[in-house]
Design a protein around this ligand. Structure first.
Ligand SMILES: *[C@@H]1O[C@H](CO)[C@@H](O)[C@H](O)[C@H]1NC(C)=O
Ligand SMILES: *[C@@H]1O[C@H](CO)[C@@H](O)[C@H](O)[C@H]1NC(C)=O
Ligand SMILES: *[C@@H]1O[C@H](CO)[C@@H](O)[C@H](O)[C@H]1NC(C)=O
Length: 324
């Protein structure tokens, strides 16, 4: 069991993402090289302290299970020009990977966000994201194309834009997204809660077997949302239909409060209506409008259990607003 530890430069100033040639005694790339080559399971420990990482790509394939145990804070530079291709800390081409330790990834997002607005997707397989507290000004978790068998649980999200599948259907040749389970999460004061978003117009895609379960919403503007007219910054063909096919999607045991009266919004594609969308045990209240309302376009939700709102109770406005 190899344990590679960082050295002592936890001063928040020395860039530890570079390969060491000189002073640093164990920057991340060296630690990675060692554990990735190990034929027995191994761990990289990032002890308490603040570590500056400008940009780091940690690439597999590796020979055995790898654990990154982050106890300290990994901090991005305040100047976002360091992220030329929008990656900061990137783990990829890795199987059997675990992140633990209860530490913090501090993207210094308030500073970086303004300059860093384009969407970017990474491809993941069989990944679990468990027990994280995520505060951001964009999606807490955004699941890109090619993601299969992902398990997300015990996440606290907010502020932010919720937990999203997508956005999808923007680029040609996107891989399907299949088998995503989001459970036991708490979403607080966010713009969206449980969301699937695909671009209006644009490219083909497939999204299926997506399940949101046991989720508490606390003052979320759009707690349950399928948006196939996704079009932030007017960068889409808003009058065309999404070409991403959505099927086998469920929202179960979701309770709490909605900041807007429309607690459930299913805006599906005219050319590819959503198939097999299920709502079960939904108890979402709005402070003034009781019961909360729900909008549906090109979908016939299947309902079961207790619902404190009537599915598809409200008309869908002709002009849909674009949200990020
Ligand atoms: C959710 O959390 C509760 C209480 O902590 C636990 O009993 C339950 O098994 C969890 N469910 C899932 C799907 O993890
Ligand atoms: C609820 O959400 C709205 C809209 O995001 C926000 O303006 C308001 O401050 C939030 N309320 C509380 C109690 O946090
Ligand atoms: C959706 O679920 C049905 C019933 O479980 C199954 O037969 C079908 O293959 C699924 N579709 C997709 C695209 O996964």
């Amino acid at each position: 069991h190899v344990v590679a530890k960082f050295g002592t430069k936890a001063d928040g100033k020395t860039d530890l993402s570079k390969a060491s040639s000189i002073a640093l005694n164990f920057p991340i790339l060296d630690a990675w090289k060692e554990v990735c080559a190990s034929v027995t399971p191994s761990t990289v420990v990032i002890p308490k302290g603040t570590y500056l990482f400008t940009k780091v790509n940690l690439k597999g394939p590796c020979k055995a299970l790898i654990e990154i145990n982050v106890q300290g804070t990994i901090q991005a530079p305040a100047d976002p020009s360091a992220f030329k291709d929008l990656n900061w800390v990137r783990f990829y081409s890795i199987e059997n990977f675990k992140m633990s330790g209860g530490g913090i990834f501090d993207g210094q997002g308030c500073i970086a966000y303004e300059k860093n607005k384009d969407p970017h997707n990474n491809v993941f397989h069989g990944v679990n994201i468990i027990g994280c507290d995520i505060k951001t000004s964009d999606d807490c978790i955004s699941i890109g194309d090619g993601t299969k068998n992902m398990n997300i649980k015990e996440i606290t999200c907010g502020p932010g834009h919720g937990i999203s599948i997508g956005s999808l259907g923007k680029f040609p040749n996107e891989e399907p997204v299949e088998g995503i389970k989001v459970s036991n999460c708490t979403i607080i004061n966010t713009l969206n809660g449980a969301r699937i978003k695909t671009w209006a117009g644009e490219s083909l895609g497939i999204v299926s077997d997506i399940h949101f379960e046991d989720i508490i919403m606390n003052n979320v503007s759009s707690p349950i949302l399928i948006d196939q007219k996704y079009c932030p910054w007017s960068k889409c063909k808003i009058n065309e239909e999404s070409k991403v096919k959505l099927s086998n999607i469920s929202f179960k045991n979701i309770r709490g409060t909605s900041a807007l009266p429309e607690a459930v919004k299913f805006i599906c594609s005219d050319s590819l209506p959503c198939q097999n969308v299920e709502l079960a045990n939904i108890d979402i209240k709005h402070t003034r409008v009781e019961p909360a309302t729900s909008q549906c376009l090109n979908v016939k939700p299947i309902t079961s259990g207790k619902l404190n709102l009537t599915p598809c109770s409200s008309p869908v406005p002709k002009t849909l607003s674009a949200t990020a």
